[in-house]
Design a binder for this molecule. Structure first.
Ligand code: AMP
Length: 395
């Protein structure tokens, strides 16, 4: 059975076509600059990556071109072969703890929580509508980035703010990167052959850490929005909220300006002046002082969460897992983090850490045999998680 896994952003649409249940990727690619006359896209055909420019006025244009390319390159002979499309939806609010088949009611509910993710949910919905129109016989499935974290308890998800903000306005911790945290949890469940206790560090450009007890999420570092938690590539993570009104007054700027700075010019970017971990690592090895400082701050924040979750898990942690672009490939960040965990008896096998680079196809354990907690480096795969959930729902 063929199904598409789709991640639609405001001006982008990433896709993979899978043969399920074999989980074979038949093609993948992405559309960029949707909403312009000079859009472009790539699609993999066999071993070749085809790159073209096209007018992409909206998501419908992108979807039509994608479907035409699939037939043109004989990746499918007929569009009826595409049985389902799984869509990544950033926010499922309080309503969804699992992926669901998209019905009119589900569409309305996703729309109704768009205030919680004004940049992301409307874009994803545009993707859903475009596929519904283009291939009306295919089933549509919504896969929420918040769903995996819905098992977090009230004492943990509530903020110490007026309770009515929660009742009236849904202010609470939701957590994000759920598809990735779920993927790693399932991978570890099958590797360890038990429902594990885990601390998962998703270290990408955005970054979040989750605590998993018996295979269930009990806490995560992101919050009401993906801006909370640890310092990230360009986002501040948790800060004292009073800084916002103070800077507005001092710099004579409005809320939008400060919000933009906290989102796009903070985190590693704010301290080091760069946010790509590959650049950061080069500058770190050259001993650039701002970068050394940024890495010290960054790894401290990660360690703060690991320590906190170690306590939450009662000291019973089956594994600490690193994943996402940085976690999978950045041996410097991993070394700095693990070296700060020595009070817990966690220790790194430096050679294995250097060798274990997902980009080179190597995953596995990077801790020493006598480490109190094994440390894993694992490839995450959010697109495959969407495909698996979609397959399970429509099968
Ligand atoms: P993601 O958000 O999961 O796509 O991850 C993006 C982050 O992973 C960026 O900060 C990249 O610099 C980082 N990253 C990707 N490849 C490498 C690498 N080979 N070494 C260090 N960091 C990497």
């Amino acid at each position: 059975m063929k199904l598409l896994s789709v991640n639609a952003g405001s001006s982008t649409l990433k896709f993979r076509l899978y043969e399920m249940p074999e989980e074979k990727i038949l093609t993948k690619g992405n559309f960029e600059r949707i909403g312009t006359e000079e859009g472009d896209y790539t699609i993999r055909v066999g071993d070749e990556k085809v790159h073209k420019t096209a007018e992409l006025r909206d998501h419908n244009d992108a979807v039509h071109i994608l479907l035409e390319e699939l037939v043109h390159h004989h990746i499918v002979e007929s569009l009826d072969e595409i049985v389902a499309v799984g869509h990544r939806i950033v926010h499922g609010g309080n309503k969804y703890s699992k992926s669901v088949l998209i019905t009119d009611r589900v569409l309305k509910e996703i729309e109704s929580i768009s205030d919680l993710a004004p940049l992301h949910n409307p874009a994803a919905l545009r993707g859903v509508h475009a596929f519904m129109e283009a291939i009306p016989n295919a089933k549509m499935v919504a896969c929420f980035d918040t769903a995996f974290h819905q098992t977090i308890d009230e004492a943990t998800y509530l903020y110490p703010v007026p309770y009515e903000w929660y009742i009236k306005y849904d202010v609470r911790k939701y957590g994000f990167h759920g598809l990735s945290h779920k993927f790693i949890t399932e991978k570890m469940t099958s590797m360890l052959e038990k429902k594990p206790n885990l601390i998962i560090c998703h270290i990408g450009n955005g970054a979040s850490i989750s605590a998993i007890r018996d295979g269930i999420c009990i806490d995560t570092s992101m919050g009401f929005t993906p801006n909370a938690g640890i310092m990230m590539g360009t986002r501040s993570g948790d800060i004292d909220y009073s800084i916002i009104s103070y800077i507005m007054k001092k710099a004579e700027r409005n809320l939008e300006w400060v919000d933009n700075k906290l989102n796009k010019s903070s985190g590693l970017q704010g301290i080091a002046g760069m946010n790509d971990l590959r650049d950061i690592d080069r500058a770190y090895l050259a001993n650039e002082q701002k970068v050394v400082l940024a890495i010290e701050m960054y790894t401290n924040k990660i360690v703060d969460y690991i320590a906190k979750y170690y306590i939450k898990l009662g000291g019973k942690v089956d594994a600490i897992c690193f994943t996402a672009g940085g976690g999978e490939n950045d041996d410097i960040i991993r070394k700095e983090v693990v070296s700060k965990l020595y009070p817990l008896g966690v220790s790194l096998n430096e050679e294995k850490n250097k060798e274990t680079i997902v980009r080179r196809g190597v995953e596995g354990v990077i801790s020493t045999d006598d480490s109190s907690i094994p440390v894993y480096v694992l490839a995450t795969d959010e697109e495959l998680m969407i495909a698996r959930d979609t397959y399970e729902i429509i099968d």
